[in-house]
Design a protein around this ligand. Sequence first.
Ligand code: FES
Length: 335
Amino acid sequence: MPGFRRSDDVNSALGVALARQVRVRAMRYEAEGVCRVELTPLAPDASLVPFEAGAHIDLHLPGGPVRSYSLLSGQGDVSRYVIGVHLHPASRGGSRHVHVAMRPGDVITIAGPRNHFKLAEDAGYSVFIAGGIGITPLLSMMRRLNELRRPWELHYAARTRMQAGFLDDVRELAAGGEGRVTIALDGEPGGTMLDIAQVVSQAPQRAHFYCCGPMGMLEAFEAATVSVPPVQVHTEYFVPRQKSDTTGGFEVRCARSAKSVQVRPGQTVLHALLDLGVQVPYACEEGICGTCEVPVLEGNPDHRDSVLTQQEKDAGKTMMVCCSGAKSDVLVLDI
Ligand code: FES
């Protein structure tokens, strides 16, 4: 999952406090505009923090940008993290830095892993739908299902074969377990569009569905799965579904630090907290990475993120403070 936001000095300082350094061990061309990056511990015999399939890490890049990328390697492999980085056309420092300036041997700072896109390991059948770089978190999930010897199918859409990264991984995974793969290349002569509604309608009734890709694909996926029980539907967004709430006009109380602040119009809860001197980790500031999730003790959040499920939003036990506001006059947060 690529994130697209800057950080400021406060975030950089905070991120460093939570983060660790790793070495860029290898970089490889994967597809047009996509490179594969392997990160290893600085010490030869050290291990990285374990993670679960679907997790991502944050890269703290020179000059301040923080970007989130899904881990595509196997969750049992703590000797390395492998990510895929798509060069965003408008990038000025994040993915562009990775593609243009980063080199094997560099030491970089990362934070995480975190996981808001979890695999239901006990599902009898799993259906994965990927668009472009959205394949990356699904690769670690398919690796895990192969370890568990559970069946899955993948529908992978890209414009052309040159733009479809990680095809070697996909073939290897299909050969190494009980997976079936369909690749839809709608920009190739005779190519076809992926019919997501048909994929969903033809899947076993209790299948779990996963989708990661561009907004149009995610919207088609949500429409196709509208009558599937929500617990069986899993999405990861690259771009925010909603605008951040900056209406302000409510109070935020911090239970642990006994501080409180009035959120002003034009301000997010995150920036009100940072102005107050309360440290909250954050990265994307768009409600897509989950870094800024905070427990809610009292009050009614106005959720604007693309991370929490509808059930989690209805429960109101946590909120993403970078983008969500309040429907109540007061929010009490467990920070
Ligand atoms: S900082 Fe990414 S969800 Fe809030």
